[in-house]
Design a protein around this ligand. Structure first.
Ligand code: ADP
Ligand code: MG
Length: 293
């Protein structure tokens, strides 16, 4: 039989948008000292919209036509990706009623973008970090700002243009971070997105710090470093890439909209991907175990 306290907490947790897969994780939730948050879809809404399309290497004098050509080429790659950036770009294609060419040899560039052959050309859609590492210089008139996630388009090893996308911070996030703070819990941001976006989100939400442009294999190391400093770490994550770090964290919290692997690895699932439900988890964990003793 299911012990009463478990049955009760399970139904209560459902009301709070939590799926508790592992009771130890729930029991330990009151020990959390630091929460490491992923950004997209957890602290932000996770809905990217194309804000700007910039073509550097012009094909024609028709600005709109150049933009559309860039978009449809990029969309060919993004069709194979499940990243929220891909969803945003494909929505723009639909809005502009563009057709999408065929791709061959699609590959992910882990944590930095994607690549494939499109119409005989080698196409890469990548992060600013990739650009730096591979010694491309940023476009002359390019000004990064913290409100936009930018992906650069490289065709046959030439920087061809970029697409800037915007996402919005969830209305509940600031409150959630503040409440955690009031309970003595630190919040850190861990993201593969660029430095300026990470800093902007971290500042707007008054978080305790951020790690930006983190590659998937480095996420695990960041969690370990925090644990070595004595922190009891909970981490949220959604991607296949996050699974090792979620497993390393003292409490892994999978975000509901994410991959199955993340959900399998984690002890807790945030059904509605909402950071305020983590506050419920902690308060509710404290209340449950206080009553038991
Ligand atoms: P996060 O989960 O923190 O948003 P990811 O590791 O998923 O970070 O992605 C990091 C960066 O890699 C993105 O900000 C983007 O620049 C690039 N990237 C990843 N996937 C794609 C994609 N499908 N299309 C374009 N860029 C991508
Ligand atoms: Mg991710």
């Amino acid at each position: 039989a299911v012990p009463l306290v478990v049955a009760k907490s399970t139904s209560l947790s459902a009301q709070h948008g939590l799926l508790i897969k592992n009771r130890t994780a729930f029991e330990n939730s009151r020990k959390i000292s630091t929460i490491v948050f992923d950004k997209t879809g957890t602290l932000t809404v996770g809905k990217f919209e194309v804000a700007r399309v910039v073509v550097i290497d012009h094909q024609s004098n028709d600005k709109k036509q150049n933009e559309n050509e860039l978009l449809r080429t990029v969309a060919a790659l993004e069709q194979n990706s499940e990243h929220p950036i891909a969803t945003g770009i494909l929505a723009e294609i639909k809005k502009r009623s563009l057709s999408i060419p065929e791709v061959k040899d699609f590959k992910a560039i882990t944590g930095q973008g994607i690549e494939a052959l499109v119409e005989g050309k080698q196409l890469k859609v990548v992060s600013p970090g990739y650009l730096k590492e591979h010694e491309f210089s940023e476009p002359e008139d390019f000004v990064a700002n913290g409100n936009e996630t930018v992906v650069f388009v490289i065709i046959n090893e030439i920087l061809y243009g970029y697409i800037a996308l915007s996402d919005t911070i969830r209305p509940e996030s600031a409150d959630a971070i503040q409440t955690l703070h009031n309970n003595g819990i630190k919040s850190l941001l861990l993201t593969g997105d660029n430095q300026m976006v990470a800093e902007s989100v971290s500042n707007q939400l008054k978080m305790d710090g951020f790690f930006a442009e983190v590659l998937p294999h480095q996420k695990l190391d960041k969690i370990k470093e925090l644990q070595q400093k004595g922190e009891f770490v909970a981490m949220t994550g959604d991607g296949v890439n996050d699974a090792p770090a979620l497993a390393q964290a003292d409490i892994g919290i999978a975000v509901g909209s994410g991959s199955d692997i993340a959900a399998e690895t984690a002890g807790i699932v945030l059904v509605n991907s909402n950071p305020k439900d983590i506050v419920s988890l902690i308060l509710f964990g404290k209340a449950t175990y206080r009553k038991m003793i």
